[in-house]
Design a protein around this ligand. Sequence first.
Ligand code: SAH
Length: 421
Amino acid sequence: ATRLGSGMGRAPGGDGSSSGATAVLRHLARKLRATGAVTVAEYMREALTNPGQGYYTRRGGVGESGDFITSPEISQVFGELIGIWYISEWIAMGKPKAFQLVELGPGRGTLADDILQVFKQLSSLLSKCDVSVHLVEVSPKLSEIQALMLTGGKVQSNPEDSSAYMEGISKTGIPIFWYRDVQDVPPGYSFYLAHEFFDALPIHKFQRTERGWREVLVDIDPEVPDQLRFVLSPSSTPATENFIQPEERRDHVEVCPEAGVIIQRLACRIEKDGGAALIADYGHDGTKTDTFRGFRDHRLHDVLKAPGTADLTADVDFSYLRKMAQGRTATLGPIKQREFLKNMGIDLRMQVLLQNSRDTATHEQLLHSYDMLMNPEKMGDCFNFFALLPHHRLEHPDKKQKPESKSPIPPVAGFGELLLK
Ligand code: SAH
């Protein structure tokens, strides 16, 4: 996840690990001494999702009192509009009899909860549709929080009849399943959602030198005990050979192969079984160079200090995601968050909420959250929306032959004009 350091939240401190060696650091130091420097990707994976001591595995600091705050945590309107996006796509695709909502990295479960509220409000529309929710979450700690938020805590672990590690029924009556990997989610018509998920996946970093591309590695400083440092690989690595394009013009490049693998999977599944994916994150379209950073207590944090106690993140390269879809699906975006939400009707929704709120405190809170989501200096410009859709959703297969014989294709909400009002 990625977030702004806006000075909200608690004072720094807590486990006092910014100076002493953390469990992740001790583990890494042993490894580095034994086998030499590791890639930034390996470092990031250890720091974030190491099964015992990783940042997400153990802490998972989403929320106002954690290390970062995300859009769904700021306003319910965010999740409501995303819920409407899925309903709008479901209608545009001819109201299939069943769909799975598959969310990658659901954090505290707030976004899924707001979406399920929308599904409940539109239950007459969805009454003949078999809806289920599938959450992909590696963190046992966060899956517990999600279970509490979505089901009130009534869940069953390791159900025998399913590939899920946990299952339950939402407060709104919809079955929910938890998995560690998207590959474990059963096939079927699916709407995928990833909000601030891709930016938490491990990246490789590369630097152009006079002798060619070198990979940035993490090593232990021989002079200072328990201190990590960046070094350059002495020669090219398998990653430099595989991930740098011959036409690359930047001097510093970050690549997230795991994001590529996941996009390929989603694209294959959407091509085969139908559905769509909506991805929202910090990001750029293949132009930025050095975006790897850490957050702790809503402040920037040295990425090499006290691994496991801070959130590490890198901007998502949407041009890479588009390439990894490899034409299996069409792609839309990236489009800025403020444009997407505007197209989805956030102004109208805000007006209704403002009219319905009596006290000034709620009024102010609504205006403040609108500003956080929409202001170009806050989250409005740096967050982007990106979608994968089946080709037929955007184009009639026989368009060239007889364009006038078919009914027009409805525009995709958010990326164009809104279908449901
Ligand atoms: N979507 C939420 C939370 C973002 S934080 C929000 O916007 O508020 C990132 C989430 O991804 C966390 O739930 C984290 O535990 C999860 N996560 C990180 N790496 C993961 C991985 N490799 N596989 C599955 N989930 C992962």
